[in-house]
Structures are given as structure tokens and as C-alpha cells.
Design a binder for this molecule. Sequence first.
Ligand code: URP
Ligand code: ZN
Ligand code: ZN
Length: 455
Amino acid sequence: MDLLIKNGTIITDKERFQADIAVENGKITCIGTNLSMKADKTVVATGKLVLPGAIDAHTHLAMPFGGTVSADSYLSGTRAAACGGVTTVFDYPIQRKGKGILETVEARKAICDPEACVDYAFHCCITDLNGGTLLDEFADAVAYGVTSFKCFLVYKKEGMMVDDATLVKVLLKAKETGAITNIHAENPDLIDMNIEKFLKEGKTSPWYHYLSRPEFVEAEADKRAIHWAKSVDAPLYLVHMADKEGLEAAIAAKQAGHEIYVETCPQYLEFTCDVYKREDGRNFVCSPPMKGQESKDALWAAIKAGTIDTVATDHCPFQSYEKDWGKDNFTKIPNGCAGVENLYSYMLSAANDGLISFNRAVELCSANPAKIFGCTQKGSLIPGKDADIVIYDPDKYVTISVRNMHSDYDHTIWEGKKIHGYPVQTYVRGKLVYDNGNFVGEPGYGQFVKREPKK
Ligand code: URP
Ligand code: ZN
Ligand code: ZN
């Protein structure tokens, strides 16, 4: 036996019990009480929680965007993930006009492979169907293990937006091949109209980032995506949902029996649009922006009610000097914020404080993303599954600061946030990658997760 974790309190999405976990060759081999087999390494977890590693289903590492490249490489982003108890990240390669799906994915995989410190999977963003020929590549991508595709309903100028016909073609092809379509939903025309108006009026502060993309701008696109998914009976995953009206539409569609999943992010649970009035408001600029208190309350209510499916981060940090490009013009601020290292501890802290159960935190951050995206070896603590394990100290207090994070960015929107309980060890397929504040993993250890299509 390689590893024996003794006497921890095991938490899954459904259960809580005291037991030992035995690990060999990267897999959980046995869970039981008083396991007595000999192991190379024994860890006593008395008083600690033992959890499945988190899956951050939404990151943008080394992403060319906003006139620069996001500040975390695959190395630093996955190092930070390991230190936050995230054992798998999903990244978003972007297929560009004229390029193929596997060509796009393999190019990113070549960068990621030697750098990844935790396991990783890809959703592929589709920006152009290349006259329709790209649709013929979906089945190969699914066979390769990429079983989700993303469409942006925004970012027209960046050449990433798709029109409704493309969206419907992607929805249909994804459905046919056992894949799922992820959507970034905001209305681009309204955003452009608002931006033009505000700039003409000299309204250039980050507050106008929010006002150019307020609640109804997101809601229209959420509802449009839901409408098309329902119309063609295709599965849909709405990423980084931040508004109440769209959330309600998604919940209504789910409750009517449609396969629609909702992701939100810690930043929408923690902050409101008021952050854009702050002197450092530009650091909080992401799309969709944080919304008003009503939306934040609705998101928390859905987290508690079980109608939001996943919490992921949309990790896409930029350095301060890059955020400063928009000091006098919000449209010049690269969109995105940090979060991968904060996801699990944030949601577990909410559990520790009694807002949700620990089972629910595990469901949102690990079990559900594994199920929705076909990571059959991940997301639970069961014999036969990957030994992606977090040992968590519920009594540890940590105040987040850029100084105790493990990314490459130079500031964080989470600065000063007090977290109740914290991961003390992270194992990826049985290997210790994080130990009490220190990264102890190895770039290149992380493996590509070949995912299963829907049946
Ligand atoms: O502001 C954000 N969210 N940046 C990353 C790209 C995206 O829209 O997900
Ligand atoms: Zn997005
Ligand atoms: Zn994103």
C-alpha cells in the first residue's frame, strides 16, 4: 500500500463517516475502519475532514485576451489549484477561424502537459464552424476525451462571438455526439450600445463596466440560450451565472425537465456591483460583472436550495499594470479575476459557518462537475476512483492575501477575506502536491483527463 489516511471524517456529496482510506497506484483501494495494512506512508487525520479534491470546471490559463495574456501559466495556475485543494482544472482552448478542434486542443495540451501540477481537462470554445466542416470534427473530439464545447454570445470585437444559428448547430452536434454545450450569456449589441453612449458622455470609470452589462443584459442572453436548448432538446451548461432573472429562467427550465445546468462563481456570491465604485474597482472587472444585492441573494438561495449545480472560478487574472490600462477608460481593462486557489476553501468556509452543508460544498465543487462533464474517475471517495484527496482542518483560520497565494498574479480581489477552515494537504492520484501552506508537487505530473460522453 502506498498511502493510508487514518481516522479522518470522510465527506462525500451524500455521506459523512469516520474511516481510513487506503491508496495504491494512484487509486483508492479500500475505505473502512481500523485498516491495518502496511503502507509506505501513513497520515493520521484525526479531527480533520477528508474530502474529494475539487474540480474547477472553469479556468483560463495563459489565455490570450484583452490585449495581453492571462497572468497564470498552466504551471502557476495548477500550482495554485493544488494549494487550494483543486485536483482537476478545466481550461478553455479557443478554436479560431480556419482551425480544427483537435488541432486547437492538442496545441494547448502540448503547452499544458509539461507544466500541469494537477490533472486537467479541456472544454473547447467554438468561434467559427469553418463553413460547416468543423461540425464533422465533434465526434473525434469526443472520442479524444473533450466532451464539452463552449459558445460565447459576447466578445464580438475579439472574434469569439457566435450567432444564434451557429449556437444551434453546436447544440445539435454536441447532443448527437454525447457532448454538452457551455454558454457565456450576455447580449453583445446592448453592451456595445451602452459603451458607446457612456464613452460619449465621458463616463469612463469601472462603474460603467457594470452599467453597460447590467442584469437584463445577461438575462436576455441566458433566456435566449435556454430557449434554443429547449427548442432542440439539447443539454446546456450556463457558465458563470450572475443574475437573478436568468437564474430563475434556468431553474424553471430545469424544473420542467430540461437538461440545463447552472454554474456560478465565488465572486458573484461574495461581492456586488458596489465594488466598481471602489478606487481599485478595475481589479474586479470581469464579464459578466458582479450584480446587485438581489442577484447575490438569489444565487445564495439557489446554492442552498440545490438549484445551482456547480461553483467554478472563471480564473483569469491579470497583473495590476494591465488592469491599470483602464484607469481612465473601463473598456481598456482586461476582463477577469483570480480565484482557482480560493474556490474550495471559500465554499467549505461557508459550510463551516453553517450556510450550507459540507456535503453540498463537495457536491458543488467536486461531485457535480465530475458527473456533468464525464470525469468518471473523479469527484468521489470510492474504491476504484482516483485518489484525489484533500485533508481539511476545520479549525484553521486563513486570511487570503496575494502573499500567501501560489499564483503568478500580483494582486487578488480576495485580499483580506477571512476563511474559516482550510485544506492542509492535497493529493492528486495519491501523490502529495500541497502540504500545510507549501506547494510540494511537480510540474508535468498532472495528466489530461479523458472524459466519457453522455449515454
Ligand atoms: O471576465 C472574464 N470572465 N474573463 C474570462 C473570459 C470569460 O468570459 O469567461
Ligand atoms: Zn465567460
Ligand atoms: Zn470564463
